[in-house]
Design a protein around this ligand. Sequence first.
Ligand code: UD1
Ligand code: UDP
Length: 377
Amino acid sequence: MGIKVISIFGTRPEAIKMAPVVLELNKHPEIESKVVVTGQHRELLDQVTSLFRLKVDYDLDVMKQQQTLTELSIRVLSGIEEILLKEKPDLVLVHGDTITAFVASLAAFYQKIPVGHVEAGLRTYDKYSPYPEEVNRQMIDIVADYYFAPTEFAADNLRKEGKDESRIFVTGNTVIDALLWVTMQDFPFINKELEKVDFDNNRVILLTTHRRENWGKTMEGIHEAVRQLVEEYDDVEVIFPVHPNPVVKQVAEKILGGHPRIHLLEPLEYRDMAMVEKLGCFVMTDSGGLQEEAPALDNPVLVLRDTTERPEGVAAGTLKLVGVNKEDILREARILLDDNDAFEAMADAKNPYGDGTASQQIVHAILQMDLGEKMSI
Ligand code: UD1
Ligand code: UDP
């Protein structure tokens, strides 16, 4: 008898990183693979499911403009419960640290359905940074039965927390699988605004900011630093695909709008994003996924956060943890623009996040699992 695996995700980064896993699950006739999306994100999620041509079996469509974390959690929890009661899978897969991932793992646990956590073991051990993701991730790892850790470092966190070694699999990060998938060929830009960017003669910085703990004054300071940088260097251009959250959009437009060398764009299709990372000079971001992905395209990353759950990248030299203070951001960006050796050292450092086989390794591990009889509830 085959095994039924349900993959549940809801936001852009989860979709990017789960897409290669779902595509790999679909290759195995002994696995019945189903996809549930919560729709925590709407446009951002749909961009990814259509790019990877993922068949979605259930869509909870929970997004409401600026709903609270509580409202979001309630809607996801009750929606997932119903689907799991009907489908009775042998394994639920979740990814990362979002509300969707935590609440879906909780719903599975309530029905005693085994949970596999993709990208397990990342930690800052700082409850409010990133907020609420650090706590989501720790809670998922309490609920989970199988841990797919991207690196030995992440696996060590799990070991220190007493997780059973036989349930930990070090696989690399599936974001590299996704990236290889989209960069197999060069494509013309989908967003025609990108054709206005002078990649040949200017130094192009990719900027993204969205973290909740940076909302307000902190995010304003980050954006002010970027504006000042562009004013100081005539050959610097900035591409900023702005997160659709109104909280982020308003600050971006207020501080970075109206400058000819700052391109405030709609969220980019993942394929465009990868091309920008390939052609650009460096990345300034508070994103998690970009810390793993941009260095694979030789792009140094300045991390605009106080903590990172990706210390392997800092140790490898691909990432620099800059913090969120305006002067610190300016200083570190000027170093990359003025000091070619410092730039090359980061660009040439080896990315520690895997070789593009993470999804294969995860599915191989699933096929070896003794998922046994479904537990009765
Ligand atoms: C979520 C995740 C975060 C992840 C990020 C990736 C949580 C708590 N946060 O944060 O871990 O890093 O996704 O982007 O799970 N919106 C739209 N259209 C979209 C997406 C968002 O309009 O396609 C707007 C809505 O007003 C929505 C708001 O953005 O309410 C915030 O979305 P939400 O999912 O709560 O949080 P993110 O900040 O995107
Ligand atoms: N991304 C994208 N288009 C954009 C911005 C980001 O495709 O306009 C991709 C990016 O390449 C990375 C992922 O989205 O793979 C990161 O997602 P995000 O920063 O939203 O979330 P985080 O990784 O911080 O959870």
